[in-house]
Design a protein around this ligand. Structure first.
Ligand code: FE2
Length: 234
């Protein structure tokens, strides 16, 4: 299958914050969606942090609506994982309602591939970031999601695991890692049918393959004036 992927657009009205060009992201998403349509993708995946809090705060629903209207205008299947900044801006349910996507975690079956979407936007005490507040250095996959992952992997099909935060142990900065990263990798290895993990959150991007699994952190769209997205044959 062919997948169009973008992440960390952080769209809001802020023109520039250091290396981040938030307000440009709407146009960048339109460019990405156009490229995805032209490439004939089967689905589009956003790995989180699609919006951010603008200045002044309070227009976050408007940002989400603008993006959602744009994405819907392309009529491509769209899947979404809220990032920590999304949870800092709005409730998780608001994203699901706007995009018409299920509650996390969930999986989507394509003829040859199962996409498994996980949500590591939880504090260690089990409260989700939209309730407890966004804390990017304390992301966790609660026990129910680890059990969900194990069950979702028990299928005779290639599986791609997707999440906003990272489980790649070779990431330079450990803060970007889900606390249960070692356990997740163990589950992936044991299943034997995961060759790709798609992650966002780490804006620089990273790409490491080990124990037969590629851990790809897609670069953040908000960084710089140039665009960042990718089309992958999976
Ligand atoms: Fe981000």
């Amino acid at each position: 299958m062919k997948l169009g992927i973008f992440t960390d657009s952080h769209y809001c009205n802020v023109e520039r914050d250091k290396t981040r060009f938030h307000a440009l992201s709407l146009q960048k998403i339109e460019e990405a969606m156009t490229a995805f349509r032209d490439a004939g993708v089967d689905a589009v995946l956003c790995l989180g942090d699609i919006i951010d809090i603008g200045k002044p705060k309070g227009r976050e629903k408007e940002y989400l609506r603008q993006i959602s209207d744009l994405i819907k205008s392309f009529a491509l299947p769209f899947y979404f994982i809220p990032g920590n900044h999304d949870y800092g801006a709005l409730r998780g349910e608001e994203f699901c309602k706007e995009f018409g996507t299920p509650d996390l975690p969930y999986f989507v079956d394509f003829p040859d591939v199962r996409l498994i979407l996980l949500d590591a936007g939880y504090r260690k005490d089990g409260r989700r970031f939209d309730v407890a507040g966004n804390e990017w250095t304390d992301s966790n996959l609660p026990p129910f999601e680890l059990r969900f992952l194990e069950k979702a992997l028990a299928v005779d099909k290639k599986c791609v695991v997707c999440l906003h935060e990272n489980v790649d142990t070779f990431l330079f900065n450990r803060h970007y890692l889900v606390k249960q990263h070692a356990e997740v990798r163990k589950i992936l290895r044991r299943s034997g049918n995961v060759s790709l993990v798609l992650q966002g959150h780490y804006h620089k991007g990273a790409d490491h393959t080990y124990t037969g699994i590629r851990f790809l952190s897609v670069a953040g769209m908000v960084e710089g004036k140039e665009n960042r997205y990718c089309v992958m044959d999976i």
